[in-house]
Every structure is written in structure tokens, then in C-alpha cells.
Design a protein around this ligand. Structure first.
Ligand code: PLP
Length: 383
């Protein structure tokens, strides 16, 4: 299928980012590549294959439906971990296919025991504990019940991990809260061990925690945003740069989003462009129509705000962004013709539109902008 825009995934950029992350974290820690949200918009199937070819053999997703997508394209020995939602009806599939999953709710554990007994196979589980984020995870009181359930049904469980998630490791303002979470985690871990339950891996760190609190890396890190080449927050990069007295960004963006010019036309001074009266040509203009609109994830907020790159020149988005098209000003862009490449995110020659600047223009954060890129856009691995 030929789609109106294409997302390219840069192999060398991913290899660079993984090398950087591995070097930075504790040698012992394994990397689990987080590919929830359609691999942060990069395309789960293409990204998993690319990451596997760069040595990744553990992927984390939010839900069982995402796990199914990874399951269909992964290599036989690659592991999958579900960090969130599994419907009761999906537990059997997960157990039978060695999919690891978080447990954080006793009712869900009762169901898991029932199904494990039925299929005659243990469930590979990660015990998630509540340490202060107040999202998912067992509190101390329900942990006591969990210990009993596990010890009374040892054949039903293969305890792969013991884990938690920090409530905002990307901001130093949360320092005290994170420290409390770390203490609480270690306490709960000791209690668990004292009940004879010994998890294979301890893991707590996302990208920001791994960077800002190296002690949180433990046996495994769950890396999402940084493998794609983005910092979890500007603050995290600044802190890293100050520690290393390094000004340049060691990460490289994996994603590049591009389209082509559909058609070109001239507009006379005094005419309005696109719907309504949002943009008035104050002089004679040359414009290009690009087949990308808000249905493709190019936010309407970027009307009269966005920029693209054509022929190594920035061009402004003018007028309202439509559902499937937008209009850009090429009055000052040299030698433009139908079919020329238009870059919405990424590099062309020496120019770059970063997701950061794009996010700033549309006032979203990196994470949100990326995951909004529709699944229907074609993804291609390059380099
Ligand atoms: C999303 C997520 C991660 C990865 O976070 P990044 O900031 O993208 O590295 C890690 N752990 C859990 C539980 C998550 O939900």
C-alpha cells in the first residue's frame, strides 16, 4: 500500500541509543524495550523486528492485545511482559504462550490460579507493589494474602519479577517522593523474600529513573522513550549534560515522518487560503498542498503555526490544517515541484524539525505527539 505519508525508522539511530543506554546503566541490568502505544508511534511490528536485530530480547507492553502483536512478529526466544491490562479471557493465552504479566490485584490472582491449574502450567508473573504512586500494585495488606496464595499453590507460579513504578522520576521536584518509594520497595522486597518467595528479577526503572537514579536499575530497566532518541524531560538531559560536562545530545531520533507535494499553485494578494478567513495572503504567494492533515496526527493546533522542510528550506503551514491536507507557503522555496519530499518531523539535509519543537508548537509532550501518529501510516526501516 502507498500511504500519503511514510514514517522511516533509522536503524543506526536505534543502535546508537541502545549503545548509549547500555553503557550508562549498570552492567548487570537487562534492557526491556517498552513498546506500548504502538511503540510510541513508531509501529510495533517494524520496531520490534528492528530492536531484535539490534540485540533486544525482552519487550514490555501495556495490554494483552499489544502483546499479541509482538507475539506474532517476535523471534521464538524473545520474552514479552504485560505491565497492565489482561482480560480474564486472555490469561489462558498468556500462560500457554509463556507471556509474562504483572499481578497487582487479588481477584486477578484467583483467576490466574484457576486457569493455571486447568492448563497445568505455571503463570510467569511479576509482583507489582504499590510504593507511593497510587496507581496499580499490591499494598502491604494484600501482599500478606498474596504470599499465602503463592505458597499454597506453588505449582501455579513462576515468579519472574518484583517491581514498581516511580511517580515522576523525570523531575527533581519529586526527589523526596522517589526516595520514599525506593525505601518502601526494598522493605516490601525483604518481606517477600522472608516468606520464601524469591523473584528472579527486581526492576523499577523507566528511562528517567535509570538516568537520574542509577541505583534504581537493579536487574532490569524498562526503557521506552530514550531508545527512540528522546529525553524523558528537558531537565533529565540538562542534569546529564552537567554531570558529564557534555553539551551535545548523545541520543539520535529514530523516527522521521515525510510526505510529498500533491500540487502547487499561485495565489494573488488579498485572497484567503484554506477554510474561512484564517489566512489572508498579504502579497502574491506560491503555495504547495501536502496530503497530510489532522487525521494523520498533524494537529489542527498547528494551523498557521507548523513548519515543514522542502528542498532544504523551512516552509510555514498557512491557514487551517484540514482533515487530510495542509497548505504550506513555498513563495521563497527554490525549485519546488509536484512529488518533492516534505518533512514534517526529522532531518532533511542540514535542517531538522525535532519532535521537541513540534511538540512545543502544538503544546503537547513528546510522548503524546508520538503515540498519536496513526497506525495506518506506512512504517519503513532505513539504514
Ligand atoms: C511506560 C512505562 C515505562 C517506560 O517509560 P519511559 O519513560 O518511556 O522510559 C516503564 N515502566 C512502566 C510501568 C511504564 O508504564
Amino acid at each position: 500500500m502507498i500511504t500519503t505519508s511514510v514514517i522511516e525508522l533509522d536503524r543506526t539511530a536505534l543502535a546508537n541509543n541502545l549503545r548509549f543506554i547500555k553503557k550508562y546503566i549498570h552492567k548487570r541490568a537487562k534492557i526491556s524495550s517498552v513498546v506500548k502505544g504502538n511503540a510510541y508511534g513508531h509501529g510495533i511490528t517494524e520496531f520490534v523486528q528492528l530492536a531484535e536485530s539490534e540485540g533486544i530480547d525482552h519487550f514490555s507492553v501495556f495490554s494483552a492485545d499489544e502483546a499479541e502483536v509482538v507475539f506474532k512478529c517476535k523471534k521464538p526466544d524473545t520474552s514479552i511482559m504485560i505491565m497492565g491490562w489482561l482480560d480474564n479471557g486472555q490469561i489462558e493465552w498468556a500462560i500457554c504462550n509463556d507471556i509474562e504479566f504483572y499481578i497487582f490485584d487479588l481477584n486477578f490472582v484467583y483467576e490466574t490460579i484457576k486457569i493455571s491449574k486447568k492448563v497445568g502450567k505455571p503463570a510467569k508473573v511479576h509482583i507489582e507493589v504499590e510504593t507511593g504512586m497510587n496507581r496499580t500494585g499490591f499494598k502491604k495488606k494484600s501482599l500478606v494474602k498474596l504470599y499465602k496464595l503463592i505458597n499454597n499453590n506453588p505449582e501455579c507460579f513462576d515468579i519472574k519479577g518484583f517491581c514498581t513504578h516511580y511517580a515522576g522520576a523525570e523531575s527533581i521536584a519529586n526527589y523526596v517522593r522517589i526516595q520514599k518509594q525506593r525505601i518502601s520497595f526494598e522493605k516490601l522486597y525483604k518481606e517477600t523474600i522472608s516468606k520464601g518467595i524469591v523473584p528472579e528479577l527486581k526492576h523499577t526503572a523507566c528511562s528517567a529513573a535509570a538516568m537520574n537514579y542509577p541505583g534504581t536499575c537493579m536487574d532490569m530497566v524498562r526503557i521506552g522513550i530514550m531508545q527512540y532518541g528522546f529525553w524523558p524531560s528537558p531537565e533529565t538531559f540538562i542534569q546529564y549534560a552537567q554531570r558529564k560536562s557534555q553539551k551535545t545530545d548523545p541520543l539520535k531520533r529514530v523516527l522521521r515522518w515525510k510526505s510529498k507535494i500533491m500540487t502547487i499553485k499561485e495565489v494573488k494578494e488579498g485572497e484567503f487560503i484554506s477554510y474561512g478567513t484564517n489566512y489572508l495572503a498579504q502579497e502574491d504567494k506560491k503555495i504547495a498542498i501536502v496530503p497530510v492533515g489532522y487525521s494523520d496526527g498533524y494537529s489542527r493546533v498547528l494551523s498557521n503555526q507548523g513548519k515543514v522542510i522542502i528542498n532544504e528550506t523551512f516552509a510555514d503551514v498557512i491557514g487551517l490544517v484540514n482533515m487530510n491536507m495542509m497548505i504550506v507557503d513555498i513563495t521563497l522555496t527554490p525549485n519546488v515541484k509536484r512529488g518533492d519530499e516534505v518533512v514534517m518531523i526529522g532531518k532533511q539535509g542540514s535542517l531538522e524539525i525535532s519532535v521537541n519543537s513540534f511538540s512545543a508548537m502544538s503544546s503537547t509532550m513528546n510522548y503524546e505527539l508520538l503515540v498519536r501518529l496513526p497506525e495506518s501510516i506506512e512504517r519503513k526501516i532505513v539504514n
